[in-house]
Design a protein around this ligand. Structure first.
Ligand code: ATP
Length: 266
């Protein structure tokens, strides 16, 4: 089972002004079962991006360890696809050719690359735009291409760092809906980072709440709406408001920890 386990994970950076240290994460414990959609929510500066970078293998913890399928994460790998806030598409490549990128790295032959790219563009509703360049696409479409690119090389885990934050509200809601559909169809493990409580409650089957810096998981809220499809406007549902309040309360419990941001050394 490709479960993800954070065991007492810390990440301390040297302060940018050269004086002391910044503890971005301290003692993070979290288990994410395979196939789960987990949202990690936390205030600005609580170490959300740091946590995702560690899981992506783009950075290493200064304490504790992260296991994926029982193996410690020691660097980036094709078992994890990452989608960032900025689309990170290559402007000189078409949508299809951008989706093919990861497949090239995997050594997939040309014909299969093309097929897989088109299949995944279809999955995100962009078949008709395969030959368009990023500048010819809207923000939402570009982010869909980025998602298709991450899924095309069939990673076990999809890591998403505030992927919809730069989009307008309507597009964001549409992409949230699409992401849920994608998750149901593909059964991928998805770790989604956001600072937006509504987004967390709407998407997450479990919402892990980080304290203010240094980030630590205070609680994991299980979200179970029963029959989502039966509710026309889930966000207006009283149950949604209750979950929202629960997460909000957890986010506001440990703000005094901000004082610990800089720890002098020596
Ligand atoms: N390379 C670095 N060097 C020094 N400090 C860093 C470094 N990277 C992150 N930090 C600090 O670690 C803390 C957590 O940063 P991080 O970007 O992970 O938070 P975040 O929760 O993603 O914030 P936001 O929601 O604002 O993007 C911040 O105080 C940040 O300044």
């Amino acid at each position: 089972m490709a479960d993800i386990v954070f065991e007492d994970v810390s990440r301390v950076f040297p302060a940018r002004d050269g004086k002391g240290e910044v503890a971005a994460l301290r003692g993070v414990d979290l288990r994410i079962p395979e196939g789960e959609l987990v949202v990690i929510v936390g205030p600005s500066g609580s170490g959300k991006s740091t946590l995702l970078d560690l899981l992506a293998g783009l950075d290493a913890p200064t304490g504790g360890r992260i296991l994926l399928g029982g193996e410690p994460v020691t660097g980036p790998g094709l078992d994890r696809g990452v989608v960032f806030q900025q689309y990170a598409l290559l402007p000189w490549r078409t949508a299809r050719s951008n989706v093919e990128l990861g497949l090239e790295a995997k050594g997939v032959d040309r014909r299969q690359r093309r097929e897989r790219a088109l299949e995944h563009l279809d999955l995100v509703g962009l078949s008709a735009f395969a030959d368009h360049y990023p500048h010819e696409l809207s923000g939402g479409m570009r982010q869909r291409v980025a998602i298709a690119r991450s899924l095309a090389f069939d990673p076990e885990v999809l890591l998403m760092d505030e992927p919809f934050a730069a989009l307008d509200a309507q597009t964001r809601e549409r992409l949230q809906e699409e992401l849920l559909g994608l998750w149901e169809r593909t059964g991928k493990t998805i770790v989604f980072i956001t600072h937006d409580i509504d987004e967390a409650v709407y998407l997450g089957r479990r919402v892990a709440v980080l304290t203010a810096r240094p980030g630590r998981v205070t609680d994991v809220v299980e979200i179970a709406f029963g029959d989502r499809a039966a509710r026309e406007d889930l966000r207006s549902d009283p149950e949604f408001a209750r979950y929202r309040h629960r997460v909000w309360s957890l986010l506001h419990t440990r703000e005094s920890d901000v004082d610990q941001e800089v720890v002098p050394v020596g």
